[in-house]
Ligand binder design. Structure first.
Ligand SMILES: Cc1ncc(COP(=O)(O)O)c(C=O)c1O
Length: 388
């Protein structure tokens, strides 16, 4: 962030570290040549470390939604029974993809702002047999809620041991603790433009041996997203189709930064910025959307105060250099979302809170100058165990 650039605080695409931006400007290489193979292999090894998995991790040139589509069409057949655990717009999208390809989808939905209801999930699984897959969202970006994936996965294992566990971890992996193998997750999808601090264009899909067995008999049509073709190509350091080479260059550098910082420190940083945003917004009088027990450390959603138009509010924020996201679906115009994932620091978040504070003062709201910034900083320091 510098004074000529806005403070981009949307939940993806996230702002890029300078070294990552510069990497995207490199000269191309032959994507069928040895340089690319070395690059891809180096990236895959480090993606596996970040996914915490020994499973295959495949890199697709596509938006996150492409990764979700791959996670459906490779492992299922039309008519297969799928339980979709949805807590917002992206969970609904995942279910829609499965329905589009002919799966028989049953939804267990939560009120927006709440995490998945573990009791309802267990009941739904036990109410019928023959489940082929359960679809989960790790971090529901539309509602700023992080699901208890370990707990949900354990419920699926107990109630429907044959069902594949397929997780949309697009906006949370790399920001908050996540364990692909320890939680026994079969397919996990993430996206480059989120916590990975890389431009949009790539998504990553991990595939367990059990999921590969399912893929061998799965009948849904697939071509571009045929993961078996991707696996075969990856064995010789290639991709079946031309990859987003510039984004791969960026990812390579971003993974250096992630390795240097280490995952536990990255998770701590996200916990601190999450706590800071929630404390700052609450001090400003905003009501938060998410159930506090499951509030995301990657994104925060808050209601636009009554009597204030979203467009007016957002216009003022933009004028002061802060770019936030609006609401999705039924929450359009009603909430705003602050992304705090990837290349984010406590000072950058304090800047965002200061802009919100100034905006609320300009809008004649009863706000004490400096109080929200102070509350945010104290929350961050407490989270980092640095508060006196
Ligand atoms: C949880 C989640 N799932 C899926 C998507 C879709 O990703 P994309 O927009 O890259 O297709 C997003 C994007 O914001 C997301 O946050």
């Amino acid at each position: 962030m510098n004074r000529f650039e806005p403070n981009l605080r949307i939940p993806g695409p996230t702002s890029l570290p300078d070294a990552v931006r510069e990497a995207g400007a490199r000269q191309m290489v032959n994507h069928r040549g040895p340089e690319f193979a070395i690059l891809q292999n180096r990236i895959v090894d480090r993606l596996k470390a970040a996914f915490k998995t020994q499973n295959d991790v495949l890199i697709l040139t596509a938006a996150g939604t492409g990764g979700l589509e791959a996670a459906i069409v490779n492992f299922l057949s039309p008519g297969d029974k799928v339980l979709s655990v949805t807590i917002g717009a992206f969970g609904d999208r995942f279910a829609k993809i499965a329905t589009t390809y002919g799966a028989e989808v049953t939804k267990v939905a939560s009120e927006w702002g709440k995490a998945a209801d573990t009791v309802k999930v267990r009941e739904a699984l036990e109410a019928g047999g023959g489940w082929k897959a359960v679809l989960l969202t790790q971090n529901e970006t539309s509602t700023a809620v992080t699901n208890p994936i370990a707990e949900l996965a354990a419920i699926v294992k107990a109630a429907a041991p044959d069902a594949l566990i397929i997780v949309d971890a697009i906006s949370g992996l790399g920001a908050v603790p996540f364990e692909t193998d320890a939680w026994d997750l079969d397919v996990v999808v993430s996206g480059s433009q989120k916590a990975w601090m890389v431009a949009p264009g790539l998504c990553f899909v991990s595939v367990s041996p059990r999921a590969w067995q399912a893929a061998a008999v799965a009948k849904m049509p697939r071509f571009y997203f045929d993961l078996a073709a991707h696996k075969t190509s990856a064995e010789s350091g290639q991709t079946p189709w031309t990859p987003a080479v510039a984004v791969m260059f960026q990812l390579d550098v971003a993974l250096d930064l992630i390795e240097q910082e280490t995952l536990p420190e990255i998770w701590k940083r996200h916990a601190a910025v999450g706590a800071a945003v929630r404390a700052g917004l609450t001090t400003l009088g905003f009501k938060l959307l998410a159930d506090p027990a499951y509030a995301s450390d990657a994104v925060t959603g808050a209601w636009v105060p009554e009597g204030i138009e979203w467009k007016t509010f957002n216009g003022k924020l933009r004028k002061l250099g802060l770019v936030v996201a609006g609401g999705q679906g039924a929450l359009k115009g009603k909430i705003f979302r602050i992304g705090h994932l990837g290349h984010v620091t406590v000072p950058a978040i304090l800047n965002a809170i200061a802009v919100l504070e100034q905006t609320m003062i300009e809008l004649d709201q009863p706000v004490q100058p400096g109080a929200a910034v102070a509350a945010a900083q104290v929350a961050a320091l407490k989270s980092l165990q640095l508060a006196k």
